[in-house]
Design a protein around this ligand. Structure first.
Ligand code: T4K
Length: 419
């Protein structure tokens, strides 16, 4: 990341104050140790260690071991889906899922997602076609999809960003009208629901992530879930080199297997999910309370009629009101050891691999570009408490108050050059 100085000298924003003038930058960092977004939720350590000892005693470390089978069963039961195939991570899970569902040619996805959604396609030489998002839900905008369908389009991948479900009903109608496969990147959405039914039951299949930073973690891990027997059988073969039995590969496959130690962590995490949700919910409410009424800053609203895990604290900064940019606020948070993130800046279409293929994609993605330039993600989870949230939000409030105070009367435009 550019230093504060560099960013200001080369910055293009016109309505922001000079950071060195902000008193908030003086003094020692508010936090001595770094506060991270995505700190893992850790369940009961003793139970985890017991399970790891079991694994070592059994000397069965991977390849569809007993803990993987138990984890798969528990996930399937929890969301009420027929099949769960655990994988080593969600990216490989997506790659396998895309292949198993028969996607080829072009596939429509949102650009406002983690780069893995696009990579899982491009890795297999399938072109991701970037669609804009709905500014309220941050998920793919169904109204914009039909104009992106070409004779090469074979599918749509919706991403349930922040655990907020896509508009599945409309997406399903569009997919069936155009004979397209619909699958979901549900990396953020384990434990969340859509119209009262658990995510994991929609489209041809859905893919969860159990990465360390996710609500439920298995160190690294993921799962493909589906109610389709044929697809499930294919995915199970594909994730294990296509082996149908000893020395008998019947399919082209890869190595997407989850290890026993990951499954042990996953099972242990599952035992604590209600506690994790409660902590996240209380943290969310604290942020909501502390930020209430702050000009130019809005907190992403979860749909309270659904099940949510509140795993992401997503702010949108409107710099025309705050008079300080999102990036400047992040820099100040970082100097105070609060490692806020800009997920998913700058949007996949503006990242090098895709920008070079589609240099003008942004013309069709105004909401993606607007949001990715404004979004700011703050720490939550079991490592954060309400007093830390008060300190984090106090910095944000002070910095905005200071930025607004520093504006010359009647003039919104301040030169941000350091000279
Ligand atoms: N689809 C979507 C929509 C996704 O968001 C993701 C992953 C995927 C697909 C693919 O899922 P996986 O293949 O990963 O299962 C992180 C995660 O690595 C990634 O899993 C996640 N999304 C993405 C949103 O965030 P980075 O590049 O931001 O990771 P990093 O190393 O900066 O870590 C994030 C923060 O978490 C840091 O501030 C520190 C903290 N952290 C991280 C780890 C690994 C810890 O405190 N402890 C840890 O062990 O991608």
């Amino acid at each position: 990341m550019a230093s504060l100085g560099q960013e200001l000298v080369s910055g293009t924003a016109q309505k922001t104050p000079s950071l060195p003038d902000l008193n908030i930058l003086q003094g020692a960092p508010v936090f001595q140790d770094k506060l991270h977004v995505g700190r893992p939720n850790i369940g009961n350590r003793d139970r985890l260690i017991e399970r790891i000892n079991d694994i070592l005693d059994r000397k069965w470390l991977t390849n569809n071991g007993p803990y993987v089978q138990e984890f798969e069963q528990q996930i399937a039961n929890f969301i009420g889906v027929k099949h769960c195939i655990a994988t080593c991570n969600a990216t490989i899970g997506l790659e396998i899922a895309i292949r198993a569902a028969g996607l080829k040619g072009e596939v429509i996805i949102p650009s406002f997602t983690f780069i893995a959604t696009a990579h899982a396609l491009q890795w297999q030489e399938i072109t991701p076609v970037f669609c804009d998002i709905d500014p309220l839900t941050h998920t793919i905008d169904p109204q914009k999809i039909e104009s992106m369908i070409t004779p090469r389009t074979t599918g749509i991948i919706g991403v349930h960003l922040w655990g907020q479900a896509c508009n599945i009903e409309i997406l399903s109608k569009i997919a069936s009208k155009h004979n397209l496969k619909l699958i979901f990147d549900a990396a953020h959405a384990f434990g969340c629901s859509y119209q009262g039914q658990m995510i994991g039951n929609f489209g041809e299949l859905e893919v969860f992530s159990f990465h360390a930073t996710k609500f439920l973690n298995s160190f690294e891990g993921g799962a493909v879930v589906t109610n389709n027997d044929e697809l499930a059988a294919k995915i199970r073969l594909m994730e294990n080199f296509g082996f149908a039995g000893l020395d008998n590969a019947v399919y082209v496959g890869t190595n997407g297997k989850m290890s026993e130690v990951s499954a042990a962590m996953g099972i242990t995490s599952l035992e604590s999910i209600h506690e994790f949700i409660e902590v996240n919910y209380q943290n969310y409410k604290s942020y909501e309370h502390e930020l209430f009424g702050l000009p130019g800053v809005s907190l992403f609203k979860y749909n309270r009629a659904e099940k949510n895990t509140y795993q992401y604290i997503v702010l949108e900064v409107n710099e025309s009101i705050t008079h300080i940019t999102r990036d400047q606020i992040i820099d100040i948070l970082h100097t105070n050891n609060i490692i806020a993130r800009k997920y998913f800046y700058p949007g996949c279409h503006r990242m090098k691999p895709y920008n070079s293929y589609f240099p003008h994609a942004g013309l069709l993605l105004p909401e993606t570009e607007r949001l990715s330039d404004r979004v700011l993600i703050l720490p939550t989870g079991t490592s954060i408490d309400k007093f830390q949230i008060q300190s984090i939000t106090k910095i944000i409030k002070d910095v905005i108050a200071e930025a607004m105070k520093n504006l010359p009367a009647g003039n919104n435009t301040v030169d941000i050059s350091l000279n």
